[in-house]
Design a binder for this molecule. Structure first.
Ligand code: SF4
Length: 297
C-alpha cells in the first residue's frame, strides 16, 4: 500500500489513524500533512504513565523482580519534568496538582506544626493493586498484517501495523489475554466503538504471529480529584468484531485513496461533537471549521 496525500506518503494504517479518520477525516489530513499538533495534558499524562507501566512489565519479561515503587514513580516524574518544558496545552488544569494526583503525597513530618496525611496517588495504586495481578509474556509486541483492499482502490492490499501493550495472563488464570490500559479523567462507555476495534485488531495481530488470544481486556484507570478507580472490561474477541475491524480498515483506506490531496475533500467532524473544539482539536486554528484558519500553518 502506498498512498500519497499532498506530498506525504502513507505506507500503512494503524488503529489510531483509522479511529482518527472515523472521528474526523480532516484531522487525519492535518496529521499526515502537518505532522504535528500541540500535545494536551491528558494525553501526556497517559503517555508518561504508560511508559512507567511498560518498563515495569519489561523488567518482568526479562526475568527480574518486580520494580519497586520508587523507581516506578521516578520514570513518570522524569518524563513529567522533561515534558513540562514542551508546549503542552494543560487546558486550564494546574500541572503541579496533576503531578501530585499521579504521584501521591508523602506527608509532612510530625515534628512540623502542620501535619498532612499522605495520600495515595494514581500510580502508587496502580503499582500496589493492579500490576501485581498480571503476568506479562510480551510487551509492546509489534505486528504487521495485510488486509485485502476493496475493489476500485489504487492498491491491492492494506498494510496494518500495531503495537500490543500487553500479552500474557492474570494470576490464577490460564487464558491468554491482550490487554490495554487507558489513563482517563472520566470513564468511557464499555461499548465504545474505538475499544471494540482496537483490541480485536490486536488479537488478530497476535494470532497472525502464532499466539493464542482467549480474551481482550481494557483497564480504564480513572483519575479524578476525588480518587482513582480501575474499571476492567474483559470480553472474547468474536469473528463479528474482527470483520468490523477489517471493514473499518478497508473503507478508511478506500476513502483516503478517493480524498486525495485536496483537504476540502476530507469530511469534517459532525457538527456539535466535543472533539471539534478549540479545547480538544490541535488543528482548530488551522481548520475552516475552527477559528477561521484555511488549512495554512
Ligand atoms: S476543527 Fe473540527 S473539523 Fe477541523 S480538524 Fe478539528 S475536529 Fe476536524
Amino acid at each position: 500500500m502506498k498512498l500519497g496525500v499532498a506530498g506525504k506518503v502513507i505506507r500503512h494504517l494503524s488503529y489510531s489513524s483509522v479511529s482518527m479518520f472515523m472521528r474526523c477525516q480532516t484531522q487525519l489530513w492535518f496529521k499526515t500533512v502537518y505532522g504535528y499538533s500541540r500535545p494536551n495534558g491528558a494525553g501526556s499524562l497517559g503517555k508518561w504513565s504508560h511508559k512507567a507501566v511498560e518498563q515495569y512489565f519489561m523488567r518482568l519479561v526479562e526475568g527480574h523482580d518486580p520494580m519497586e515503587l520508587k523507581p516506578f514513580l521516578g520514570i513518570f516524574e522524569k518524563a513529567f519534568d522533561k515534558g513540562k518544558k514542551q508546549d503542552i496545552d494543560w487546558k486550564g488544569d494546574d500541572p503541579g496538582v496533576l503531578k501530585t494526583r499521579f504521584l501521591g503525597t508523602k506527608g509532612a513530618s510530625t515534628q512540623g506544626v502542620k501535619v498532612i496525611a499522605p495520600r495515595k496517588g494514581v500510580l502508587p495504586i496502580v503499582h500496589s493493586d493492579h500490576l501485581p495481578t498480571l503476568i506479562p509474556e510480551a510487551i509492546e509486541h509489534k505486528f504487521e498484517i495485510e488486509i485485502e483492499a476493496m475493489p476500485g482502490c489504487s492498491f491491492d492490499s492494506i498494510d496494518v501495523v500495531g503495537y500490543v501493550d500487553f500479552y500474557g495472563t492474570e494470576k490464577g488464570k490460564r487464558t491468554k489475554q491482550v490487554r490495554d490500559s487507558k489513563f482517563r479523567g472520566r470513564k468511557h462507555p464499555d461499548n465504545e466503538e474505538q475499544v471494540d476495534l482496537q483490541l480485536p485488531l490486536y488479537a488478530m495481530g497476535m494470532e497472525a504471529d502464532g499466539m493464542k488470544v482467549g480474551s481482550v481486556v481494557t483497564d480504564q484507570i480513572i483519575h479524578k480529584a476525588s480518587g482513582t478507580d480501575i474499571h476492567t472490561l474483559a470480553r472474547r474477541p468474536t469473528e463479528d468484531q474482527k470483520q468490523r475491524v477489517i471493514h473499518a480498515f478497508q473503507s478508511t483506506a478506500k476513502q483516503i485513496d478517493r480524498n486525495g490531496d485536496d483537504p476540502n475533500n476530507w469530511a469534517k467532524a459532525p457538527p456539535g461533537v466535543w472533539w471539534c473544539s478549540k479545547k480538544w482539536c490541535g488543528w482548530w486554528d488551522h481548520c475552516p471549521a475552527g477559528g477561521g484558519g484555511n488549512y495554512v500553518k
